[in-house]
Write a protein that binds this ligand. Structure first.
Ligand code: ATP
Length: 238
């Protein structure tokens, strides 16, 4: 069984803005961190939302482990996939430890002890222990982001889709969160992150995808893709 997420002839967009991206051909591999780069409005979040199953493709296919993603049941998706929305905010004013525990509810296959261990691990890795009893809506934006990352990780997802996971984080937590995502990939997860920080993307991803003008401008090894000539063409810098 192929541990790949594959997009074939994929076109994504909205009813009033169709074809944000057209005829996308991409392959994402388990065990790797892939960062998606591109200017504002280039379709990064739209692609991630489509991969997360939050919006249907306009056309084309997405395959995961040789299976068409449309055939993936909700429970399996909830169990195996984790999605962090761009500028997501917790919805309910619950204590941090309860918000993070919600992540473990995606794993009804776990024993109570397994769920407790995953909860403790996610709280520790994101440095949320000191915030455990604080109402989440009273936290700073960066603290809330860490809580949402903890909730995402608490289900130990095999596919992690993170839209700007380091947004609002201080430099130390940016490095730690990217290190954490890298660690999940080393343990076999397939990790896709939307990034704006090119230095962080270069240092913490294996693969890079650059979106530009409705398509994939470049994709491949991050060190080969995040290069001045591509940055000039896509961002007008470098
Ligand atoms: N709900 C929506 N309805 C219609 N058009 C939308 C909607 N959401 C986004 N768009 C449009 O789709 C295009 C791609 O948006 P998207 O949010 O995917 O870009 P992005 O690359 O993630 O941008 P950014 O770097 O600013 O986050 C933009 O032109 C945007 O205006």
């Amino acid at each position: 069984m192929s541990e790949k997420l594959i997009c074939q002839q994929l076109s994504v967009g909205y009813p009033r803005r169709p074809q944000v991206l057209q005829d996308i051909e991409l392959a994402f591999e388990a065990g790797q961190v892939t960062c998606i780069l591109g200017e504002n409005g280039s379709g990064k979040s739209t692609l991630l939302k489509t991969l997360a199953g939050l919006m249907p493709p306009l056309s084309g296919f997405i395959h995961w482990r040789d299976q068409d993603l449309v055939n993936l049941g909700r429970r399996q998706r909830a169990r195996d996939w984790g999605y962090l929305a761009q500028q997501g905010r917790p919805e309910w004013s619950m204590p941090v430890h309860e918000i993070v525990r919600l992540g473990t509810y995606a794993r009804p296959d776990w024993s109570k002890q397994e769920a407790e261990e995953a909860h403790t691990w996610a709280m520790q890795e994101t440095h949320c222990e000191g915030l455990a009893n604080r109402p989440v809506l009273e936290l700073s934006a960066g603290e809330q982001q860490r809580v949402l990352i903890a909730r995402l990780l608490a289900s130990r997802p095999q596919v992690i889709l993170a839209d700007e996971p380091t947004a609002g984080l201080d430099p130390r937590h940016q490095l730690e969160v990217m290190g954490l995502l890298q660690e999940q990939a080393r343990q076999g997860a397939l990790v896709i992150t939307v990034m704006h920080d090119l230095a962080l993307a270069a240092s913490h991803s294996d693969q890079a995808v650059m979106l530009h003008q409705g398509g994939v401008f470049a994709a491949g090894d991050s060190r080969e893709i995040i290069q001045p000539q591509n940055l000039r063409a896509v961002f007008g810098i470098g």
